[in-house]
Design a protein around this ligand. Structure first.
Ligand SMILES: C[S@@+](CC[C@H](N)C(=O)[O-])C[C@H]1O[C@@H](n2cnc3c(N)ncnc32)[C@H](O)[C@@H]1O
Length: 291
Protein backbone atom coordinates (compact mmCIF):
# COMPACT_ATOMS: atom_id res chain seq x y z
CA UNK A 1 0.00 0.00 0.00
CA UNK A 2 1.56 3.34 -0.98
CA UNK A 3 1.95 5.97 1.67
CA UNK A 4 1.06 9.66 1.22
CA UNK A 5 3.61 11.48 -0.88
CA UNK A 6 4.77 8.37 -2.74
CA UNK A 7 4.32 8.35 -6.49
CA UNK A 8 3.11 4.89 -7.47
CA UNK A 9 3.03 3.23 -10.83
CA UNK A 10 -0.19 1.31 -11.33
CA UNK A 11 -2.16 0.96 -14.48
CA UNK A 12 -5.01 3.26 -13.48
CA UNK A 13 -3.66 5.45 -10.74
CA UNK A 14 -5.57 8.63 -10.04
CA UNK A 15 -3.35 11.59 -9.35
CA UNK A 16 -3.68 14.76 -7.34
CA UNK A 17 -1.26 17.67 -7.39
CA UNK A 18 -0.71 18.88 -3.83
CA UNK A 19 1.74 21.76 -3.75
CA UNK A 20 5.14 20.51 -4.80
CA UNK A 21 4.33 16.82 -4.55
CA UNK A 22 2.23 14.45 -6.59
CA UNK A 23 0.51 11.63 -4.76
CA UNK A 24 -1.69 8.97 -6.18
CA UNK A 25 -4.80 7.18 -5.04
CA UNK A 26 -5.04 3.85 -6.76
CA UNK A 27 -7.97 1.54 -7.26
CA UNK A 28 -6.99 -0.53 -4.25
CA UNK A 29 -7.40 2.53 -2.06
CA UNK A 30 -10.73 3.44 -3.64
CA UNK A 31 -11.88 -0.10 -2.88
CA UNK A 32 -10.62 0.18 0.72
CA UNK A 33 -12.81 3.25 1.13
CA UNK A 34 -15.75 1.52 -0.52
CA UNK A 35 -15.43 -1.49 1.79
CA UNK A 36 -15.17 0.79 4.84
CA UNK A 37 -18.47 2.50 4.05
CA UNK A 38 -20.16 -0.74 2.93
CA UNK A 39 -19.28 -2.17 6.34
CA UNK A 40 -21.10 0.57 8.26
CA UNK A 41 -24.03 1.22 5.92
CA UNK A 42 -26.51 -0.89 7.92
CA UNK A 43 -26.19 1.20 11.08
CA UNK A 44 -24.93 4.51 9.66
CA UNK A 45 -28.09 6.34 10.73
CA UNK A 46 -27.03 5.70 14.35
CA UNK A 47 -24.33 7.39 16.46
CA UNK A 48 -21.54 6.88 13.91
CA UNK A 49 -23.19 8.60 10.97
CA UNK A 50 -26.00 10.70 12.35
CA UNK A 51 -25.53 11.70 16.00
CA UNK A 52 -26.91 14.99 17.31
CA UNK A 53 -23.79 16.98 16.34
CA UNK A 54 -23.98 15.64 12.79
CA UNK A 55 -27.69 16.45 12.65
CA UNK A 56 -26.92 19.99 13.74
CA UNK A 57 -24.35 20.46 10.96
CA UNK A 58 -26.73 18.87 8.48
CA UNK A 59 -29.25 21.67 9.10
CA UNK A 60 -26.79 24.27 7.79
CA UNK A 61 -26.51 22.48 4.46
CA UNK A 62 -30.28 21.97 4.33
CA UNK A 63 -30.85 25.70 4.91
CA UNK A 64 -28.26 26.65 2.28
CA UNK A 65 -29.72 24.31 -0.32
CA UNK A 66 -33.23 25.53 0.58
CA UNK A 67 -32.25 29.18 0.10
CA UNK A 68 -30.26 28.52 -3.07
CA UNK A 69 -32.68 26.43 -5.15
CA UNK A 70 -36.43 26.86 -5.70
CA UNK A 71 -38.59 23.77 -5.11
CA UNK A 72 -38.78 21.67 -8.25
CA UNK A 73 -35.05 22.10 -8.96
CA UNK A 74 -33.10 19.07 -10.11
CA UNK A 75 -30.28 18.21 -7.72
CA UNK A 76 -27.37 15.77 -7.78
CA UNK A 77 -26.14 14.37 -4.43
CA UNK A 78 -22.49 13.26 -4.42
CA UNK A 79 -21.81 10.63 -1.74
CA UNK A 80 -25.40 10.37 -0.55
CA UNK A 81 -24.75 7.82 2.21
CA UNK A 82 -28.02 6.40 3.50
CA UNK A 83 -30.02 9.08 1.72
CA UNK A 84 -31.05 11.29 4.65
CA UNK A 85 -30.44 14.50 2.67
CA UNK A 86 -31.90 13.13 -0.58
CA UNK A 87 -35.11 12.11 1.22
CA UNK A 88 -35.37 15.48 2.97
CA UNK A 89 -34.96 17.38 -0.30
CA UNK A 90 -37.44 15.10 -2.07
CA UNK A 91 -39.95 15.89 0.70
CA UNK A 92 -39.32 19.59 0.03
CA UNK A 93 -40.20 19.11 -3.64
CA UNK A 94 -36.78 18.72 -5.27
CA UNK A 95 -35.88 15.94 -7.72
CA UNK A 96 -32.70 14.23 -6.58
CA UNK A 97 -30.26 11.87 -8.26
CA UNK A 98 -28.40 10.40 -5.28
CA UNK A 99 -25.02 8.80 -5.99
CA UNK A 100 -22.45 6.97 -3.88
CA UNK A 101 -19.38 4.77 -4.35
CA UNK A 102 -20.59 2.30 -1.72
CA UNK A 103 -23.20 -0.10 -3.15
CA UNK A 104 -24.53 -0.73 0.35
CA UNK A 105 -25.09 2.98 0.90
CA UNK A 106 -26.89 3.25 -2.44
CA UNK A 107 -29.10 0.35 -1.38
CA UNK A 108 -29.91 2.16 1.90
CA UNK A 109 -30.89 5.28 -0.04
CA UNK A 110 -33.08 3.25 -2.39
CA UNK A 111 -34.77 1.53 0.56
CA UNK A 112 -35.36 4.86 2.31
CA UNK A 113 -36.97 6.32 -0.81
CA UNK A 114 -39.19 3.24 -1.12
CA UNK A 115 -40.15 3.28 2.54
CA UNK A 116 -41.17 6.95 2.46
CA UNK A 117 -42.94 6.86 -0.90
CA UNK A 118 -40.33 9.12 -2.50
CA UNK A 119 -39.26 6.99 -5.46
CA UNK A 120 -40.74 9.48 -7.94
CA UNK A 121 -38.31 12.13 -6.64
CA UNK A 122 -35.21 10.15 -5.57
CA UNK A 123 -33.18 8.06 -7.98
CA UNK A 124 -30.28 6.24 -6.28
CA UNK A 125 -27.33 5.35 -8.50
CA UNK A 126 -24.05 3.54 -7.77
CA UNK A 127 -21.54 6.05 -9.14
CA UNK A 128 -18.39 7.34 -7.44
CA UNK A 129 -17.31 10.96 -7.63
CA UNK A 130 -14.44 9.72 -9.80
CA UNK A 131 -16.99 8.24 -12.25
CA UNK A 132 -19.20 11.25 -12.94
CA UNK A 133 -18.47 10.88 -16.67
CA UNK A 134 -21.02 8.02 -16.48
CA UNK A 135 -23.84 10.50 -15.83
CA UNK A 136 -25.50 12.23 -18.72
CA UNK A 137 -27.96 14.72 -17.36
CA UNK A 138 -28.40 18.40 -16.50
CA UNK A 139 -28.84 19.67 -12.95
CA UNK A 140 -29.70 23.00 -11.33
CA UNK A 141 -27.48 22.19 -8.38
CA UNK A 142 -25.06 19.67 -6.94
CA UNK A 143 -24.56 19.13 -3.23
CA UNK A 144 -22.35 16.87 -1.17
CA UNK A 145 -22.52 16.51 2.60
CA UNK A 146 -19.93 15.38 5.16
CA UNK A 147 -16.85 14.83 3.11
CA UNK A 148 -17.40 12.49 0.15
CA UNK A 149 -15.27 14.92 -1.84
CA UNK A 150 -12.43 14.38 0.64
CA UNK A 151 -12.25 10.88 -0.86
CA UNK A 152 -12.08 12.08 -4.49
CA UNK A 153 -8.83 11.03 -6.14
CA UNK A 154 -8.78 13.94 -8.59
CA UNK A 155 -10.69 17.03 -7.48
CA UNK A 156 -9.95 18.88 -10.73
CA UNK A 157 -11.67 16.11 -12.70
CA UNK A 158 -14.67 16.31 -10.34
CA UNK A 159 -14.85 20.07 -10.94
CA UNK A 160 -14.82 19.61 -14.73
CA UNK A 161 -17.57 16.97 -14.52
CA UNK A 162 -19.67 19.16 -12.21
CA UNK A 163 -19.34 21.99 -14.75
CA UNK A 164 -20.50 19.63 -17.51
CA UNK A 165 -23.48 18.39 -15.48
CA UNK A 166 -24.68 21.81 -14.26
CA UNK A 167 -26.74 24.27 -16.23
CA UNK A 168 -25.06 27.70 -16.66
CA UNK A 169 -25.42 29.60 -13.40
CA UNK A 170 -25.99 26.35 -11.50
CA UNK A 171 -24.61 26.10 -7.97
CA UNK A 172 -22.50 23.73 -5.91
CA UNK A 173 -23.08 23.37 -2.15
CA UNK A 174 -20.45 21.14 -0.53
CA UNK A 175 -19.55 20.35 3.05
CA UNK A 176 -15.91 19.29 3.19
CA UNK A 177 -13.62 18.10 5.99
CA UNK A 178 -11.24 20.95 6.79
CA UNK A 179 -7.53 21.00 7.49
CA UNK A 180 -7.53 23.17 10.65
CA UNK A 181 -9.75 21.82 13.41
CA UNK A 182 -8.73 23.59 16.65
CA UNK A 183 -10.82 21.20 18.75
CA UNK A 184 -9.03 18.17 17.34
CA UNK A 185 -5.61 19.78 17.70
CA UNK A 186 -6.26 20.79 21.30
CA UNK A 187 -8.03 17.62 22.38
CA UNK A 188 -5.39 15.16 21.14
CA UNK A 189 -2.44 17.37 22.07
CA UNK A 190 -3.69 17.51 25.67
CA UNK A 191 -3.97 13.73 25.63
CA UNK A 192 -0.36 13.47 24.37
CA UNK A 193 -1.53 11.88 21.10
CA UNK A 194 0.53 14.17 18.90
CA UNK A 195 0.36 12.09 15.72
CA UNK A 196 -3.42 11.96 15.93
CA UNK A 197 -3.53 15.71 16.60
CA UNK A 198 -1.56 16.38 13.42
CA UNK A 199 -3.38 13.98 11.09
CA UNK A 200 -4.99 16.75 9.03
CA UNK A 201 -1.62 18.33 8.30
CA UNK A 202 -0.76 15.48 5.93
CA UNK A 203 -0.37 16.25 2.24
CA UNK A 204 -2.02 13.74 -0.04
CA UNK A 205 -4.20 10.76 0.83
CA UNK A 206 -4.20 9.85 4.52
CA UNK A 207 -5.35 6.50 5.90
CA UNK A 208 -8.18 7.03 8.38
CA UNK A 209 -9.50 3.99 10.24
CA UNK A 210 -13.18 3.13 10.47
CA UNK A 211 -14.65 -0.17 11.63
CA UNK A 212 -11.28 -1.93 11.07
CA UNK A 213 -11.21 -0.62 7.48
CA UNK A 214 -9.41 2.31 5.87
CA UNK A 215 -10.87 5.46 4.38
CA UNK A 216 -8.34 7.29 2.18
CA UNK A 217 -8.90 10.95 2.92
CA UNK A 218 -7.58 14.29 1.63
CA UNK A 219 -7.86 17.30 3.95
CA UNK A 220 -8.33 20.81 2.58
CA UNK A 221 -8.24 24.43 3.52
CA UNK A 222 -11.18 26.13 1.79
CA UNK A 223 -8.80 27.95 -0.55
CA UNK A 224 -6.99 24.70 -1.45
CA UNK A 225 -10.33 23.13 -2.24
CA UNK A 226 -11.59 26.08 -4.28
CA UNK A 227 -8.40 26.12 -6.36
CA UNK A 228 -9.50 22.88 -8.05
CA UNK A 229 -12.84 24.47 -9.05
CA UNK A 230 -11.70 28.00 -9.88
CA UNK A 231 -11.49 27.63 -13.66
CA UNK A 232 -15.17 26.63 -13.91
CA UNK A 233 -16.76 28.19 -10.80
CA UNK A 234 -16.80 31.48 -8.94
CA UNK A 235 -16.67 31.39 -5.15
CA UNK A 236 -19.94 32.59 -3.60
CA UNK A 237 -19.25 31.96 0.08
CA UNK A 238 -17.79 29.60 2.63
CA UNK A 239 -18.16 29.15 6.37
CA UNK A 240 -16.91 26.98 9.21
CA UNK A 241 -19.00 24.10 10.53
CA UNK A 242 -18.32 22.96 14.10
CA UNK A 243 -15.56 25.38 14.96
CA UNK A 244 -16.69 26.21 18.51
CA UNK A 245 -18.84 23.09 18.82
CA UNK A 246 -16.84 19.84 19.25
CA UNK A 247 -16.49 17.67 16.14
CA UNK A 248 -19.14 14.93 15.88
CA UNK A 249 -16.84 12.12 17.04
CA UNK A 250 -16.49 13.96 20.40
CA UNK A 251 -20.22 13.73 21.01
CA UNK A 252 -19.59 12.30 24.50
CA UNK A 253 -17.77 15.52 25.45
CA UNK A 254 -20.78 17.47 24.16
CA UNK A 255 -23.26 15.29 26.08
CA UNK A 256 -21.50 16.02 29.39
CA UNK A 257 -22.12 19.81 29.08
CA UNK A 258 -24.93 20.05 26.57
CA UNK A 259 -26.16 23.54 27.53
CA UNK A 260 -22.68 25.07 27.40
CA UNK A 261 -21.90 23.53 24.06
CA UNK A 262 -25.23 24.62 22.64
CA UNK A 263 -24.01 28.17 23.33
CA UNK A 264 -20.86 27.28 21.37
CA UNK A 265 -23.08 26.08 18.55
CA UNK A 266 -24.79 29.46 18.48
CA UNK A 267 -21.36 31.06 18.16
CA UNK A 268 -20.75 28.81 15.14
CA UNK A 269 -24.01 30.02 13.61
CA UNK A 270 -23.20 33.71 14.25
CA UNK A 271 -19.46 33.85 13.64
CA UNK A 272 -18.65 30.89 11.38
CA UNK A 273 -18.67 32.96 8.18
CA UNK A 274 -16.25 35.63 9.47
CA UNK A 275 -12.81 35.99 7.84
CA UNK A 276 -10.18 33.76 9.46
CA UNK A 277 -12.79 31.86 11.50
CA UNK A 278 -14.30 30.49 8.29
CA UNK A 279 -10.94 28.90 7.41
CA UNK A 280 -11.15 26.58 10.43
CA UNK A 281 -13.59 24.07 11.88
CA UNK A 282 -14.27 20.36 11.60
CA UNK A 283 -15.87 20.91 8.19
CA UNK A 284 -16.47 23.94 5.98
CA UNK A 285 -19.49 24.62 3.82
CA UNK A 286 -18.58 26.10 0.44
CA UNK A 287 -20.89 27.51 -2.24
CA UNK A 288 -19.66 28.00 -5.82
CA UNK A 289 -21.49 29.14 -8.95
CA UNK A 290 -20.82 27.89 -12.47
CA UNK A 291 -19.34 30.68 -14.59
C1 LIG B 1 -19.33 10.58 5.88
S1 LIG B 1 -20.35 9.79 4.68
C2 LIG B 1 -21.56 11.03 4.34
C3 LIG B 1 -22.80 10.46 3.72
C4 LIG B 1 -23.95 11.43 3.45
N1 LIG B 1 -23.57 12.48 2.52
C5 LIG B 1 -24.49 12.03 4.71
O1 LIG B 1 -24.68 13.25 4.77
O2 LIG B 1 -24.79 11.29 5.63
C6 LIG B 1 -19.34 9.82 3.26
C7 LIG B 1 -19.96 9.11 2.06
O3 LIG B 1 -19.09 9.28 0.94
C8 LIG B 1 -19.09 8.10 0.20
N2 LIG B 1 -17.87 8.04 -0.62
C9 LIG B 1 -16.61 7.76 -0.25
N3 LIG B 1 -15.79 7.79 -1.31
C10 LIG B 1 -16.55 8.12 -2.37
C11 LIG B 1 -16.29 8.31 -3.75
N4 LIG B 1 -15.08 8.14 -4.27
N5 LIG B 1 -17.34 8.64 -4.54
C12 LIG B 1 -18.59 8.78 -4.04
N6 LIG B 1 -18.89 8.59 -2.76
C13 LIG B 1 -17.88 8.28 -1.92
C14 LIG B 1 -19.18 7.00 1.24
O4 LIG B 1 -19.60 5.78 0.70
C15 LIG B 1 -20.17 7.62 2.23
O5 LIG B 1 -21.48 7.27 1.92
Amino acid sequence: MPSGGTEIEVSRAYKLETGSRTVALDETQLLDTQRAFDSVAADYDGPRGNNELIQRMRLTLWDTVGHTFPAGSRLLDLGCGTGIDAAEFARRGYDVVATDWSPQMVERTRARANEHGLTARVKAVHVGVHQLDRLDDTFDGIYSNFGPLNCAPDLGAVAAECARLLRPGGTLVFSVIGRICPWELGYYTLKGRFKRAAVRAARGATAVGMNRHTIWTYYYLPREFYRAFASHFSLESYRALSLFMPPPYLVDVYRRHRAGYERMGRLDDRLGALPLLRDMGDHFLIVMRRR
